[in-house]
Design a protein around this ligand. Structure first.
Ligand code: F1P
Length: 346
């Protein structure tokens, strides 16, 4: 995250600078629609990007699975900006989605980790995440790095379009600058998370809930658990629970809820009560110092207080650690999960 932000944010000046997109500043200022294409974890990062870009830059965003987009007949024109996200920069579905959008005249940006990979060589412009090599197959630091870049892009476009006041931008960038230290603090919950993992290592299913930009974080938490521990897990928007998944809740169902003290806090509390009333076990991700959710949850994991746009960067950390410890306790190979490839090039 620190490497993502270095040289790109100037908190005192209230300025985001993205060299890779500089030539396209006018295009972004006037863009009518952004389409994000990606697969797997990168797609979840794209969903976080949708919340941030729509909220702060006020540009409509669509997020598409590249694996689906490439095979349908999507409506794209030269007015569109397409952002392709890929850790490896080699994912065949994402490459094919780019080719399709390019044929239709769209401007393509890439968010990639591997410098000089096929995707960044195909796009018109882009931003590297600079997360360093991912050793394991499942994306972890690449996700937080992608979310960091998308956060910067949201504020960069907001700055071009004037949809955010300068003093607000200064305030946000000052907080963003502190995120690397807050992530280090969040990592200190590791031993506590390990002890929670021991309670749930034999679960057969797990539900992850979140609202707003914490919803894609819930999706990513579920994907990590599936990928590395082979436990069936689903992520849902917390408000969607009553439309189906609530039927699954019983005393064998752990439910991980992102319940930080932000705009949807009260609503998440009522979702927790619905789960508790049906015997489900709550593992809550809470803001440091919270007592209300802590009093209701079976287990709580604290993350440092931060401004709402940066919650995904912090809330992801305990979910990744939880999956990691559960997988290790189940004897799974966390670096090379069965059936998964680092880059899916076919
Ligand atoms: C996409 C992805 C990863 C996942 C796995 C398979 O890769 O779905 O998110 O962890 O490795 O591929 P990429 O396009 O981000 O490299």
């Amino acid at each position: 995250i620190r490497d993502c932000m270095r040289g790109r944010i100037y908190p005192q000046q209230g300025k985001v600078q993205l060299g890779g997109l500089k030539e396209y500043a006018d295009k972004l200022k006037n863009v009518d629609r952004i389409i994000i294409v990606a697969c797997g974890t990168s797609w979840h990062a794209g969903l976080v990007g949708e919340y941030l870009i729509e909220e702060y830059a006020r540009v409509p965003v669509e997020v598409e699975y590249a694996s689906e987009f490439r095979y349908r007949n999507p409506i794209i024109s030269e007015k569109d900006v397409v952002i392709a996200i890929s850790q490896s920069g080699e994912t065949a579905d994402t490459m094919a989605a780019i080719e399709l959008a390019k044929e239709k005249g769209a401007t393509i940006f890439g968010i990639c980790n591997v410098v000089g990979a096929s995707i960044p060589r195909t796009t018109h412009a882009g931003v590297y995440t600079h997360a360093g090599p991912e050793i394991g197959v499942a994306s972890t630091k690449a996700f937080t790095a992608q979310v960091s870049v998308l956060t910067l892009i949201a504020f960069y476009i907001a700055q071009q379009r004037g949809t955010i006041a300068r003093n607000k931008l200064i305030e946000y960038l000052t907080e963003l600058n502190e995120i690397p230290e807050l992530v280090e603090k969040a990592l200190k919950a590791n031993d506590h998370i390990q002890s929670i993992a021991a309670k749930f290592k034999d679960s057969r299913n797990c539900l992850f809930l979140g609202r707003g930009s914490s919803f894609p974080v819930a999706l990513e938490g579920a994907l990590k658990l599936k990928e590395i521990s082979y436990i069936h897990a689903e992520g849902y928007p917390a408000a969607e629970m009553k439309h189906g998944p609530i039927a699954l809740i019983d005393d064998e169902m752990p439910v991980v809820v992102i319940a930080t003290k932000h705009s949807s806090y009260e609503k998440v509390i009522s979702n927790i009560q619905e789960v508790k009333a049906r015997g489900g076990h709550i593992i809550a991700i809470v803001t440091e110092g919270d007592t209300e959710v802590k009093g209701m949850a079976d287990y709580a994991i604290e993350i440092p207080q931060t401004a709402e746009p940066f919650v995904p960067l912090l809330a992801t950390i305990p979910l990744q650690l939880l999956s990691y410890h559960i997988a290790v306790m189940r004897g799974c190979n966390v670096d090379q999960p069965r059936n998964l490839a680092k880059s899916v090039t076919v």
